[in-house]
Design a binder for this molecule. Sequence first.
Ligand code: MN
Length: 293
Amino acid sequence: MRNPLGVHALVFTGGTAPDQVRFAAEQAAAAGYDLLELALLDPFGVDVGAARTAVETAGIAVTGSLGLSPATDVSSEDPDTVAAGEQLLQRALDVVAELGGRHLCGVLYSAMGKYLSPATARGRANAVGVVQRLADRAADHGVHVSLEIVNRYETNLLNTAQQGLAFLDEVDRQAVGLHLDTYHMNIEESSMDGAVVAAGDRLGYVHIGESHRGYLGSGSVDFAPFWRALAMIGYNGPVTFESFSSAVVDPVLSNQLGVWRNLWDDSAHLARHAHAVMTTGLESGARAAGRVG
Ligand code: MN
């Protein structure tokens, strides 16, 4: 079974206003993608009716992703901050479900940014509790939640797949899995394939990004073992391209991610190129793993 191929909306547009969602959906479909990943940093501000019309018209599926902020950090020790984060996550989940989506992913357990101290035991316990309740709501909606493992400059909680698996053991809910991203793995993991094999059937979502988050193949990520490992574990979930450039800016997300450089200007070309690279990569990985077909 072929993996659904996706593309992050920030390849095309810097927001979730109706005309932006429509443009991104049209562009993603034109480049051959099966799904569009919307950044739901402000799920309360999404016009769900207009977004649903846009994606249905374009004939494309939707997933949602987000990273929390310091004001909504569910790994905080402050109960009000944790409650604000939980409300935001629940709304993001509802938006995904209302758009007909099956996946919510990203940094759902922590603020996304550079921490200046380690996570505390109480903060971690708060994050586990919120993710458990989010998982229960997700199961009711038929949505799968995936926790993105990100590098040390974007969270202090889950920087490696192994840390993510230990966290999932604590959460202990079927509706929650791991979300691996080659950009972050390239910084933190000891091996690109080892992390995937360790995740196994708990891998729920994949981001494909280069070391500088630009064109695939123009950076230093070693993709071959990653593609092979996906085939080895029989991963059949979404594989979504993520890339950022100063050419397309979200006033909040781009700054959180440190998008200070221009790595491309032509979104349409970038998207078509990535689709071809990912298709070839998945096919090569299946051959290398002896799973052609
Ligand atoms: Mn990512």
